[in-house]
Design a protein around this ligand. Structure first.
Ligand code: NAD
Ligand code: TYD
Length: 334
C-alpha cells in the first residue's frame, strides 16, 4: 500500500510515520509537509534513508502538486494543520487557509481518483463541556468556540460533504489532547517540561481549573490504524484518552515527577474564550474497532519527561529560534 501523509513533519504525523513504517515495513510513505514553524525534519532523521519513505516539501493548498502526488496513492492520511489555539487567537488567517482550503484541495484531488481519505480531527469541534455534562461522542452537536476549532469543524464538514455528495471513501477521527515525543514546546505538556528543565516557571492560565482529556500519541495512532484497517466508510470515530485532568493537577503531576516544588508554578492571564472542559466517549471505537487507549497518564508523562530530558538539543534548537518571539509576546518573558 502507498500512503500520502500530510503534515508528517509535525508532532502526531511524525509519530505516525514511525509507527506505520515499523508495523508495515513493506508499505510506501510519501510525506507532504511545507515545514511551517511546527514542521521539523529532525523528527524523521531515523527514516530519511528508508527506501520506502519519501519527503516532499510543499503546501497542501498547491493543487498542481497535490493532484500529482495523489495520482498513485491508495490512502491519504491528513494530519497537516495549524494546530495551536493560542496562535489562532492572535491571527486566524493561516488556520482558515491550511485547515479549510488545504483540506478542500486534498479532497478534490482524492475525488479525481476516488482515493480513500482519513481525516484527523479534534474533540475541540464539540466545544466546551460544563462539569456535569456527558462526554462528547460521534452524535454530539458541533459547537466550536476558538478560531482553531472552528477551522477544524469546517474541515470535518467538508470531508463529510465529499462523502455524501461525491461518494468519496472517507473516515474521520476526533481525538483528545495528545502528548508524547516530538511535540512542539508551545503546547502545555512539552512547554512545562522544557521550562522546568531550563529552570523557568510554568505559566498556568487562569486558575488552572480547565480540564483536558489526555491521550498518548501512540494510542492515538493505534486508533487511526484501527480505523484505516477496520473502520466503516463514511463514519466518524471518537478517540478518547480516558485521562480527564484539570490543568492544575496535570501541572502538579509534572512538578512532582520532575522533583520540583510548587514555587515553580505561576498563574498567568487566562486565554480568551478558554474552553472549560473536553471529554470524549470512545465506546464506538471500542465496540466496533476493538480499540481503546492503553497508556495511563502517569506512565506516559514519565516516559515523555524522559524523552525531553534525553533530547535537549531537539527542543533547545526550537526554543532558541523564531519561537522565542512568540513566547515573549505570549508570556512577557524570554
Ligand atoms: P503540528 O502543529 O505539530 O504539525 C502540523 C504539521 O503540518 C507541521 O509539520 C506543519 O509544517 C504542517 N503544515 C502546516 N500547514 C501546512 C500546509 N499548508 N501544507 C503542508 N503542511 C503543512 O500538529 P499536530 O499536533 O501534530 O496535529 C496534527 C493533526 O492532529 C492536526 O490536524 C490537528 O488538528 C490534529 N489533532 C491534534 C491534537 C493535539 O493534541 N496535538 C489533538 C487532536 C487532533
Ligand atoms: P494546549 O496544550 O495549548 O492545548 P489545547 O488548547 O488545544 O487544549 O493547552 C492545554 C491546556 O493547558 C489548555 O486548557 C490551556 C492550558 N495552558 C496553560 O495553562 N498554560 C500554557 O502555557 C499553555 C500553552 C496552555
Amino acid at each position: 500500500m502507498k500512503l500520502l501523509i500530510t503534515g508528517g513533519a509535525g508532532f502526531i504525523g511524525s509519530n505516525f510515520i514511525h509507527y506505520w513504517l515499523k508495523k508495515y515495513p513493506e508499505d510506501k510513505i510519501v510525506n507532504l509537509d511545507v515545514l511551517t514553524y511546527a514542521g521539523n525534519l529532525e523528527n524523521l532523521k531515523d527514516v530519511e534513508n528508508n527506501a520506502n519513505y519519501q519527503f516532499v516539501k510543499g503546501d497542501i493548498c498547491d493543487a498542481d502538486l497535490v493532484n500529482n502526488l495523489v495520482k498513485d496513492v491508495d490512502l491519504i492520511v491528513h494530519f497537516a494543520a495549524e494546530s495551536h489555539v493560542d496562535r489562532s487567537v492572535i491571527d486566524s488567517s493561516d488556520f482558515i487557509r491550511t485547515n479549510v482550503e488545504g483540506t478542500r484541495v486534498l479532497l478534490d484531488a482524492a475525488k479525481i481518483n476516488g482515493t480513500r481519505f482519513h481525516h484527523i480531527s479534534t474533540d475541540e469541534v464539540f466545544g466546551s463541556l460544563n462539569s456535569g455534562d456527558a462526554a462528547s461522542n460521534e452524535n454530539s452537536i458541533y459547537k466550536p468556540r476558538s478560531p482553531y476549532s472552528a477551522s477544524k469543524a469546517a474541515s470535518d464538514h467538508l470531508v463529510c460533504a465529499y462523502f455524501h455528495t461525491h461518494n468519496l471513501p472517507i473516515t474521520i477521527s476526533n481525538c483528545s489532547n495528545n502528548y508524547g515525543p516530538y511535540q512542539f514546546p508551545e503546547k502545555v505538556i512539552p512547554l512545562f517540561i522544557t521550562n522546568l528543565l531550563e529552570g523557568k516557571k510554568v505559566p498556568v492560565y487562569g486558575e488552572g481549573k480547565n480540564i483536558r482529556d489526555w491521550i498518548h500519541v501512540d494510542d492515538h495512532n493505534a486508533g487511526v490504524e484501527a480505523i484505516i484497517k477496520k473502520g466503516k466508510i463514511g463514519e466518524t470515530y471518537c478517540l478518547g484518552g480516558n485521562n480527564q485532568t484539570a490543568n492544575i493537577d496535570l501541572t502538579k503531576m509534572i512538578l512532582n515527577l520532575m522533583g520540583k516544588g510548587e514555587e515553580m508554578l505561576e498563574f498567568v492571564k487566562d486565554r480568551p474564550g478558554h474552553d472549560l472542559r473536553y471529554d470524549l466517549d470512545y465506546s464506538k471505537a471500542k465496540n466496533e474497532l476493538d480499540w481503546e487507549p492503553k497508556i495511563k497518564l502517569a506512565d506516559g508523562l514519565k516516559d515523555t519527561i524522559a524523552w525531553y530530558e534525553k533530547n535537549q538539543d531537539w527542543w533547545k534548537e526550537i526554543k532558541s529560534g523564531e519561537y522565542r518571539k512568540y513566547y515573549e509576546k505570549q508570556y512577557g518573558v524570554a
